[in-house]
Write a protein that binds this ligand. Structure first.
Ligand SMILES: Nc1ncnc2c1ncn2[C@@H]1O[C@H](COP(=O)(O)OP(=O)(O)OP(=O)(O)O)[C@@H](O)[C@H]1O
Length: 228
């Protein structure tokens, strides 16, 4: 029971978030409950403005201002200090965004090595792990390319490798293939899902694409601030 491996990687209890805009209050999240078990890949569907990014920011411990409870692998993030949240984020989470956000002056391998060095790995360990991930994503021959020398699909694959570098138990992905053409998006998503499954990790993937969402284990829809 106390084994963190068997605890939900995410448990949200009555998560709320409101914004003030022009003197008006918008209730974006109205009491969201969600549990994601280890190894599960969950799609978060919803039209633009429904609150998908807001929800990922909550789970990613990237912003404050939320009501309710956010637990990651049994740890209640809402009671932690800012340093505690940073450590929890570093040790448990990986992030992939719509745009790759790779460091332009570093090559593909270095972009995957850097977060590992920040987490305390040796350069040698980090190099081995980065090469393993890039090889798995078919980028074996692109390791010394800078982001500007890679195609959009290749850049996004490097971003996927970076997100998985520290063996997170949950990857948060916000429209991870939203910037790619349909064929490339399908291929990169399939590789991403296969890698997450192979690593035994979990993922919460925000998308407005029903077809892509259907490839995941469970699909939730954000509608009027609640999950359906
Ligand atoms: N910092 C903020 N201040 C005011 N309103 C905000 C803020 N962040 C988000 N919102 C509002 O919250 C709502 C949800 O935004 P959010 O970005 O979470 O939606 P989304 O489903 O991710 O949309 P998209 O698919 O377009 O990225 C929107 O109406 C947005 O205008």
């Amino acid at each position: 029971m106390n084994d963190p491996v068997n605890r939900p990687v995410v448990k949200l209890t009555r998560l709320t978030r409101s914004f003030e805009q022009g003197g008006e209050r918008i209730d974006v999240l109205r009491g969201v409950d969600l549990e994601i078990q280890p190894g599960e890949i969950v799609a978060l569907l919803g039209p633009s403005g429904s609150g998908k990014s807001t929800m990922l920011q909550a789970v990613g411990l990237l912003e404050g201002g939320f009501g309710g409870k956010i637990e990651l692998s049994g740890i209640d993030a809402t009671t932690l200090s800012s340093n505690g949240r940073t450590t929890l984020r570093r040790d448990h989470l990986g992030f992939v965004y719509q745009f790759h956000h790779l460091l332009p002056d570093f090559n593909a391998l270095e972009n995957v090595v850097l977060p590992q060095m920040v987490a305390g790995k040796t350069r040698e360990e980090a190099d081995i792990r980065a090469a393993e991930l890039l090889d798995a994503l078919g980028l074996g021959a692109r390791k010394t390319h800078r982001p500007s020398q890679l195609s959009g699909g290749e850049q996004q694959r490097v971003a996927v490798a970076r997100a998985l570098a520290n063996r997170p138990n949950l990857v948060l992905a916000d429209e991870p293939t939203g910037n790619l053409d349909e064929k490339t998006a399908d291929r990169v998503l399939a590789e991403f899902l296969a890698l997450v499954r192979g690593e035994g990790s979990s993922a919460l993937v925000a998308t407005h694409n029903e077809r892509l969402a259907a490839k995941m284990d469970r699909v939730f829809r954000l509608h009027e601030g609640l999950l359906e």
